[in-house]
Write a protein that binds this ligand. Sequence first.
Ligand code: SAM
Length: 291
Amino acid sequence: MANSLKLTSPGATRALLAQFGIRARKKYGQNFLTDANIVRGIVEAAGIGEEDCVLEIGPGIGTMTQELSEAAGRVICVEIDENLRPVLAQTLEDCTNVTILWQDILKTDLRALSETWNEGRPLKVVANLPYYVTTPILLHLLEEKGCFSSITVMVQKEVADRICAGPGSREYGALSLAVQYYTSPEIVLKVPPSCFLPRPAVESAVLFLQAYEEPPVDAEEGFLFALVRASFNQRRKTLANGLSHGFRYGDRTLTRARVEEALAAMGLPADIRGEKLSLEEFAALSRILVK
Ligand code: SAM
């Protein structure tokens, strides 16, 4: 799996793109990593070993794929941009444990992937994500419970902060709760724009999401998430007001009195806002209201 051509420098990346007459495509969120320490740091944070089957979303020109190929037993890449075919054919020439699927990750059946390539056992996801679809990709992965043991991804720093935020902070919201329901998130690296080609306009961060085998709270999932979404759609309203106007789950709605009664039963004030409730409190509220 040794590679003659390492891509982890701006010069090597520029030369490769010029050789194939390729420009980074904005429409696919292409910002190629050019920093060897960051690439190594991501693979180390992901804790990849020979026993692992890795799913890399968006290998691009193969910079991180080369490192993953050396560390993992098998690497499955899903890449949407077929213009990169000749580039990856060259850069991954020696990486015999890498398979590339030319498709959109959002349309990929993740369970079938783990069955085909890892006998149904959980995969480890590693990616420098395209920023224009970060949230849909994360939700697509998280909702396929049991398909992944961990997800290590480069995202915008602002998104990483939102994902790790706790109750009461400005960044806390439906995304924080969705990710924290399925995984325990941690920011493991902060990455400046100078580590990419072309440079993104924003700071980036690497998130490590350790998947829970069981959710950390007890709740009917669909009801809980309907509650969370309605609470944060009406962020400036009190929870009782927001839920009485914005909550729908099938044909279920909620009255203001019903929500206030549930809050009182939990010892919470009637005028509390959703952004003050922890995941455990949302779950407790959902257990009362689902009845
Ligand atoms: N992994 C490379 C690196 O670190 O240099 C490239 C990262 S670049 C930020 C994002 C990659 O995701 C690009 O290769 C892009 O073409 C690919 N991509 C964008 N949207 C995608 C999608 N919906 N499904 C699969 N790949 C996608």
